[in-house]
Design a protein around this ligand. Structure first.
Ligand code: SF4
Length: 265
């Protein structure tokens, strides 16, 4: 059993849930193998991008490349469109805390700054600040943090859908009722598209490995808190690339929740 499988087993045990035994369930070992393959592909792609230098544009290209990589794998495994319940207007999962590393957050803030009017940007920032004031520093566990809609959620739809974080793309569900119950109960067995979760998790981890190799810190940040910093500070990206602890105090406190190791029914 490798490190990821041990973590999945420990997280599920804490939640009192059964786990897939990778020695008998071929889904788990196939997903682990695919995960490792995509991490390696993401690392190689990231190394190539970061070899061009260190600038905000190159960092945003890195994120874009990792997303395209995941999407290229996703296209290889077309699924029955009725198999997944996720759709516009269904937003239960957007009331759970979100973690993302600095490059994704910085890219989202930069695109919002470039594409929104100053009034619209200020309005989004005001929503981010209001949510951050309620949630800053809280652990990600349900007992410590009641569900709160994401500041980027507008009319039950993601207002940044095409540039949303990796974890928002990785999470998915085959049953809306499971998602509704998961906002209230810790131990909900969820059926998910394991392939989708695997490709977006793998691409992000590969990108993170490339960043680490260049001495940059891809630690998980609390999305709302980090978005506030990135939106309030137009020079946040340059400072982060220079090694400044721009996001100090925004680190995600995952607690018992394990962001990618969803229980699989
Ligand atoms: S970024 Fe978008 S998809 Fe992710 S939690 Fe916020 S509203 Fe939902």
């Amino acid at each position: 059993m490798n490190r990821h499988e041990r973590r999945a087993k420990a997280a599920a045990a804490r939640r009192g849930q059964p786990t897939i035994n990778p020695t008998v369930d071929p889904r788990a070992s196939a997903a682990t193998e695919l995960h490792q393959h995509i991490i390696q592909a993401g690392l190689e792609l990231g190394n190539e991008t970061l070899s061009k230098g260190r600038s905000p544009e190159i960092l945003y290209d890195l994120v874009e490349g990792a997303l395209r990589l995941a999407e290229s794998f996703e296209k290889r495994n077309p699924r029955n469109p009725t198999a997944i319940a996720c759709k516009k207007g269904c937003s239960h999962c957007c009331s759970r805390p979100v973690a993302s590393s600095a490059p994704t957050v910085l890219r989202i803030a930069s695109i919002l700054r470039q594409t929104l009017s100053s009034e619209a940007f200020a309005s989004v920032l005001a929503r981010v600040v209001r949510l951050d004031e309620k949630t800053h520093g809280l652990p990600f566990s349900m007992s410590s943090r009641p569900p709160q809609p994401c500041a980027l959620l507008v009319d039950d739809a993601c207002s940044i859908h095409v540039i949303r974080p990796f974890v928002c793309r990785a999470w998915n569900s085959a049953d809306e009722d499971d998602c509704r119950r998961a906002l209230k109960e810790q131990a909900v067995r969820m059926r998910i598209d394991l392939f989708q979760r695997t490709v977006f998790s793998g691409a992000e981890k590969g990108m993170h490995a490339a960043l680490r190799a260049k001495g940059l810190d891809p630690v998980d940040l609390e999305f709302t808190a980090a978005m506030r910093i990135a939106m309030e500070n137009p020079d946040a990206c340059e400072r982060w690339l220079a090694g400044e602890p721009v996001f100090a105090g925004c680190e995600a406190r995952h607690d018992a929740d394990d962001r990618y190791h969803l229980p699989i029914a």
